[in-house]
Design a protein around this ligand. Sequence first.
Ligand code: COA
Length: 353
Amino acid sequence: MSEQDQSHVDRAAVQTAGGSCVGATIVGSGVAIPQTVLTNADLEKIIDTSDDWIRKRTGITQRRVAKRELGETTASLGTKALQAALDDAGMVPTDLDQLVVATITPDMPTPSAACQIASDIGAGNIGAFDLGAACSGFVFALNTVDALIRSGVAKNVGVVGADIITRHIDYSNRGRGTSILFGDAAGAFIVKGSDDPSRGVLARSMHTDGGRWPDLFIPRVDEDFPSDFDHEANAVELDCLHMNGRAVFKFAVSTFGDLIQETLDKVGLRPEDVDHYVCHQSNKRILDAARDRFGLPEEKVRVNIDRYGNTVAASVCLCFNELKTEGRIEPGQLVMFLGFGAGLTWGSSLWRL
Ligand code: COA
């Protein structure tokens, strides 16, 4: 049997032999950021907006935009982020036995971004699939991966959050409610099985309210619009993101705080017991509202929306990676990952590192 065949057999054995790990640890993280910067000043030149308005309403000063001509695709950014995470973990692609990619913008409907990334990185015939939960995607993926590890399906898992949402943004005045907010990026974790049951997910929540999909959606054809959609008040380009900004803002402010409380209650913790709140970056005012509600100091709630905007499934990983690079992540810490977005979806994943 060739070395490669043997490696497939060994990794397949992980998926069938039981011997589950009782805990999970995040052993590596990495990101991939597109080269092109789109500043508020750039947007001022193409739409009716101002740097001052964008900063005050959202906290954003710039975002990144992926360019196909630079070879920046969902798969290429995801692969780069995953490689950086593997390097951080001191592992190689063939060490992985599972790959989960949170994305709503795979380069093609099929193959999945996960299949492309697994192949491009040279991970072999591992289990690889996409998970679509928009801006909650990475948090849902973390909960899924912890469960895969604890149930014995996998031991060394790559988790990627990658989106090129700017492909679905209307950069005319019609789309000025969304073009100011969104940017592209990818991030990745390596999660490894542990024999320490106190490490990994301590509490999780995953929610959806599918009835509210018309608040955030990308119509492909005219029939996709809800029957009561007000086309006069909301001119929407097909294949571009439509967002009811005010409704989503209200939803996010209340849901975000409730989600933190619900997650803490599951394990009897107080807000101050958590070392880091690593949140989806949708609007600085939404993050500030949650911080105020629980009286949390600024250093506990990471904000990097000013530099990247809302990067959909990548945002949570981008924040964690910054904390790690700054040396602020340590074993034993409590980290609450939080996401919410289209669907509508919202979820949390509380980890003991
Ligand atoms: N530049 C300047 N003015 C703008 C603008 C822009 N880019 N976009 C909208 N406006 C105008 C509106 O036309 C409106 O003008 P009017 O008062 O004359 O009618 C005014 O600014 C207020 O618009 P509104 O939509 O109420 O602003 P807002 O305070 O709700 O801020 C968002 C808009 C999009 C920043 C805000 O609603 C938001 O962040 N929502 C949540 C979005 C989100 O988190 N989405 C992702 C979820 S994962």
